[in-house]
Design a binder for this molecule. Structure first.
Ligand SMILES: Nc1ncnc2c1ncn2[C@@H]1O[C@H](COP(=O)(O)OP(=O)(O)OP(=O)(O)O)[C@@H](O)[C@H]1O
Ligand SMILES: Nc1ncnc2c1ncn2[C@@H]1O[C@H](COP(=O)(O)OP(=O)(O)OP(=O)(O)O)[C@@H](O)[C@H]1O
Ligand SMILES: [Mg+2]
Ligand SMILES: [Mg+2]
Lengths: 225, 225
């Protein structure tokens, strides 16, 4: 369960201030399937980074399963991130010198999970990259890099997946395969929250949040396609 | 005028070989407005890198305005790139420590173009980023970074613009503004070739090429929306 109340995020740029989030309040229940939409620069990634415990808000309250995240230490935040959350970055954030299989295996290595090579291979197969396991990022297409980032977020079997524009570089068929994967994970009870600018991708979810200028503009139920 | 004949591109990966392009032949005339579509991993970026003189094909002929590119030296390729071609990368390729205005001004600095500060400001305004000129890439959203990369490709007033997924991180309104910009540039006689996975974006062009598995699968005229 996620409870945000009056979350703000401000950046100081010399004499200017950028108000990326201006007071966001929302509840997300376990097992929700949510799409976040909105104009470029409206604050979607900033909101995702707060939800993913990657960034601390300027003010406001964030209760994650009843615990106030805003008061956590860096170590506690890292523990929450590693245990509960799988995060897919808008810019992928892959490590340049590691092959696809090593990228996906890395979070399992930190947690010393047994059978991590098999789990990583299964995660890469599930995103259609079984034939590209030993390629490094520079040896992969844009959409293939994006799918390695998705596999890495899934392999730890988190209770919540946050994906920032996960189909931005994928053709229609690859996008549908990823949405099918997210839908199956959500049916297993995993909370899935993703940013998209494509209405046909948001149509797969049960709830569509629209952000505009750092505020929630609309929040409506959706009947999945 | 671009003439490609039997262009191939192979990558050697240890004992494997990846055939990214398997014999592409096509003509592109000055002033064409072309969309390239196709599945993730089908060879679109590889083809764009060959067209943009950023990458040398494994075999085949590439005549650009009657001159064989395959036989050019690195210096000659650089001259062609700087004089004739504006390239927008799928991963933006911005320099991390430079502000938006400095990124856009850089190609003009190399060419010692007069009034480069005004030209750069106009280019950033034309992509809707007049308010973000002094932000560095980490201080910009994904779609804002993408638009800085577009402004940088336009500012040298090239005769050909190659854009690899230029609207991948943009919402519908920002995408339409960029397509409007490309359409106006094409009406001035500039050749515009871009990769997209969104059919509604390709619908703005007069020609849609589909690549599949390293080959041209279809090449059809389109009536712009
Ligand atoms: N580190 C930073 N310093 C200053 N301003 C920032 C910083 N990060 C983001 N911003 C600004 O905050 C606003 C929100 O950025 P954010 O990345 O959340 O937008 P977004 O909705 O994800 O956009 P996009 O759809 O283009 O990815 C933008 O206008 C951006 O310029
Ligand atoms: N440096 C490289 N070494 C080995 N294989 C490569 C290299 N670069 C690309 N490839 C492979 O060549 C194929 C074509 O890559 P390319 O980037 O052209 O695809 P694409 O059509 O642009 O895909 P996307 O839509 O995902 O961006 C891919 O399967 C990719 O894995
Ligand atoms: Mg973003
Ligand atoms: Mg590509």
């Amino acid at each position: 369960m996620i409870t945000l109340r009056d979350i703000t995020k401000r950046y100081h740029m010399g004499e200017f201030e950028v108000h990326a989030l201006r007071g966001v309040s929302l509840d997300i229940h376990d097992g929700d399937f949510v799409a976040i939409m909105g104009p470029s620069g409206s604050g979607k990634s900033t909101l995702m980074n707060v939800l993913g415990c990657l960034d601390v808000p300027t003010s406001g309250s964030y209760l994650l399963d009843g615990i106030e995240v805003a008061g956590m230490s860096e170590d506690e935040l890292a523990t929450v991130r590693n245990r509960k959350i799988g995060f897919v970055f808008q810019s992928f954030n892959l490590l340049p010198r590691m092959s696809a299989i090593e990228q996906v295996e890395l979070p399992l290595s930190y947690a010393r999970t047994p059978n991590r090579r098999q789990l990583s291979m299964a995660a890469l197969e599930s995103v259609g990259l079984g034939q590209r396991m030993f390629h490094k990022p520079a040896e992969l297409s844009g959409g293939q890099q994006q799918r390695v980032a998705i596999a890495r977020a899934l392999v730890t079997q988190p209770s919540m997946i946050l994906a920032d524009e996960p189909t931005g570089n994928l053709d229609t068929q690859a996008s549908e395969e990823i949405m099918g994967l997210f839908t199956r994970l959500n049916e297993q009870g995993i909370t899935v929250i993703f940013v998209t600018h494509e209405p046909e991708i948001a149509a797969h979810t049960r709830r569509i949040l629209t952000i505009r200028d750092g505020l929630v503009q609309s929040d409506r139920a959706n009947t999945p396609v």
